[in-house]
Design a protein around this ligand. Structure first.
Ligand code: SF4
Length: 354
């Protein structure tokens, strides 16, 4: 059965740059980017990132701000920070030589079981199954695994089967082939069973259980956070206030955003203007504010950000000691900003010129 999947892969595989290399650095970058986005969008990020940081040394020696900027729009910025830290670990602990064992790889910052297995197999052809969501689905359907695949028991079962079926002499092709099957044929909603090279062996196909498998335990719904951003514009000289998120807890560490007030529920215009938060930043009455804020709902993995952008125009110089004053849009491009702020800036022309 595995031989059939590998043969199918050799004929049908997509032509992707990271498949033409055994350079562990490039494979690593591609894997982390693909955890963030689909292949088509991931391609341009991959080329951009590799152009900016062509080698492990370039990445390790870069400023964190540069790495975050190159990662901008991909979201989940902890991954970019971890890439940077792991590159530095390889430089200092392994003298710049990319480790080639699973155990060394998994001890690096931000590298978990999947990524360690992917690098070990794609770059060094070591027999570690790389099990991502696509592979889980294929195995679950092929072998009729009814345990929930996001539980310890389900994961263990998928791993045990994978370890048994992976060809010890060509782990790299096997892993690529299984992922490609999941991406092109064994699709989540409508698997293309009529094109599948192993349908005669497939439990789900034989029993008509494709829609039943894989099973997943439902997760807790994401937490809703109410965010109020002040977009402060100085009329005299167009400026915008930004602050750096410094806390290592929570999201977007070391990225830039507008002054922020998190409230337990949505607030009124009056409540905002009379709040200590507002008055600490604009301690006079000389301002004009849009009565209704610009609203953007932004979904992260564990949080739904219900975000209100309050646009405040004022003639006075605001108390800006703790904030950066940005005077031009070009200047803003030097600062890594979260996707949420980018989304707002993309539609700013509707509300102000900057
Ligand atoms: Fe997936 Fe259908 Fe192939 Fe089974 S036969 S592995 S369900 S595509």
């Amino acid at each position: 059965m595995i031989e059939r999947i590998i043969q199918w892969y050799k004929v049908n595989k997509r032509d992707l740059p990271w498949r033409k290399t055994t350079n562990p650095y490039k494979i690593w970058i591609s894997e982390i980017i693909l955890q963030q986005t689909r292949v088509n969008q991931g391609l341009s990020y991959y080329y951009r990132f590799i152009e900016k940081f062509p080698s492990l040394k370039d990445l390790a020696n870069a400023e964190e701000k540069e790495v975050l900027l190159a990662w901008q729009s991909l979201g989940y910025y902890a991954r970019a920070r971890n890439l940077h830290k792991a590159a530095q670990q390889i430089l200092t602990i392994h003298n710049g030589v990319f480790p080639n064992t699973y155990d060394e790889l998994i001890s690096l910052k931000g590298i978990g079981d999947y990524t360690a297995s992917a690098i070990a197999s794609f770059a060094f052809n070591k027999p570690h199954p790389a099990i991502d969501g696509n592979v889980c689905r294929v195995i679950s359907r092929l072998f009729g695994i009814f345990e929930e695949i996001n539980t310890t028991v389900g994961k263990r079962k998928i791993t045990d089967i994978s370890k048994e079926i992976i060809p010890k002499d060509d782990a790299s092709t096997y892993n690529q082939a299984m992922m490609e099957m999941g991406a092109l044929i064994c699709l989540p909603k409508n698997p293309k069973c009529e094109e599948c090279p192993v349908s005669i062996h497939c439990h789900a196909f034989q029993k008509n259980l494709q829609q039943e498998l894989p099973r997943k335990k439902s997760k807790k719904p994401p937490k809703e956070i109410i965010m109020n951003y002040l977009v402060i514009l100085n009329n005299e000289k167009p400026t915008i206030l930004m602050q750096k998120r410094t806390s290592s807890a929570g999201i977007w560490q070391n990225m830039y955003e507008f002054p922020l007030w998190i409230t337990p529920k949505p607030i009124s215009h009056e409540a905002l203007l009379s709040s200590d938060f507002f008055q600490t930043i604009i301690p006079t009455k000389e301002f004009s504010a849009k009565a209704s804020p610009v609203f953007i709902k932004h979904q992260l993995t564990h949080q739904t950000l219900m975000t209100y952008f309050w646009i405040i125009k004022t003639d006075i110089t605001t108390k800006a000691e703790t904030y950066k004053t940005i005077n031009h849009e070009k200047e803003l491009q030097q600062y890594p900003i979260p996707r949420l702020i980018e989304l707002f800036m993309e539609q700013k022309e509707k509300y102000f010129t900057f």
